[in-house]
Design a protein around this ligand. Sequence first.
Ligand SMILES: NC(=O)c1ccc[n+]([C@@H]2O[C@H](COP(=O)([O-])OP(=O)(O)OC[C@H]3O[C@@H](n4cnc5c(N)ncnc54)[C@H](OP(=O)(O)O)[C@@H]3O)[C@@H](O)[C@H]2O)c1
Length: 327
Amino acid sequence: MKAIQVIPGDGTPRLVWAEVPDPSPGPREVLLEIHATSVNRADLAQAAGHYPPPPGAPTILGLDAAGIVVAVGPQVEGWQVGDRACALLAGGGYAEQVAVDHRLLMPIPPGWSFLEAACLPEVYLTAFVNIFVEAEFQPGQAVLVHGGASGVGTAAIQLVRHAGGRVLVTAGKPAKVALCRRLGAHRAVDYTQEDFVQAALEFTDGVGVHIVLDMVGAPYLERNLQALAPTGRLVFIATLGGSVAELDIRRLMARRQRLIGSVLRSRSVEEKAAIIQGFQEQFGAALERGAIRPVMDRVFPIQEAQAAHEHMREFRNLGKIVLQVRP
Ligand SMILES: NC(=O)c1ccc[n+]([C@@H]2O[C@H](COP(=O)([O-])OP(=O)(O)OC[C@H]3O[C@@H](n4cnc5c(N)ncnc54)[C@H](OP(=O)(O)O)[C@@H]3O)[C@@H](O)[C@H]2O)c1
């Protein structure tokens, strides 16, 4: 089969569509013929050599895949050849085929294209596990989502809205702010123009938000804690601005706030399967109805993965960037 190969160089790595060995599914795996995959920011880090795949995962880039099941192992339950599915991967999405444990598949909702379905697993499951499982969201609570127009951010806005929460987001450009508002964010702050702490306190009558979903890290730590209510939860999913910061532990204790660090990719298949099950139970019907639907920014042919990465590297995407593998 063909897959994207990373050719390291002095500067930006080259991404080349080239022949590689076919994957062979294990007893609990299906072979998925991939029609589309999507770009996640982790792919850029992996291509640059900073985010190696967990042990046992394919070394090929790609955390999402949508396509058709073309073979099933003897211990696979609930899936048949010909089924349309999307998969949460630890790697292997930038390819014509991938072997994936059947517990990491989700059905493609009726009426969704492969392109849309490729946008579902990684960012929606990230938003879900961090807001709903780790931070224990309850209806009516207020959530501050940084990077509101990112893949994860657009998913988070939709899930929190759908679950009866109140969403405040930050974004760095007027078009991104406008997208967040269209998606249902109650308040969208352009962080280049406005202080998000003040906005969060106004938004919550001075109390602070119950949950912060953060991808900026160190430079936001102090302000995130100011924006967070007593007993609130601050979840770190990335450190785009830096990872080392100073913390007033005594104030954290007094306000009984919790800091949570979280990654999805390196969790066990069992943990990921439980996350998928919880997500489907809570949001499956809304996905089927089309009440929750991914925001697609641009579609690139897989052969142009490098241009797609460039688009994301420059923070130009509003929502998800998709890579089309089969026309
Ligand atoms: N821990 C996990 O399990 C997990 C899983 C999935 C994703 N992630 C992480 O979550 C982040 C979002 O992923 P994605 O694929 O959705 O990426 P993405 O679409 O590229 O979004 C990244 C966002 O970060 C925002 N941003 C960058 N620097 C910022 C800064 N200094 N201040 C405020 N906002 C800033 C950008 O928004 P503006 O242009 O508006 O600034 C951009 O929308 C990535 O860092 C990714 O690695 C973590």
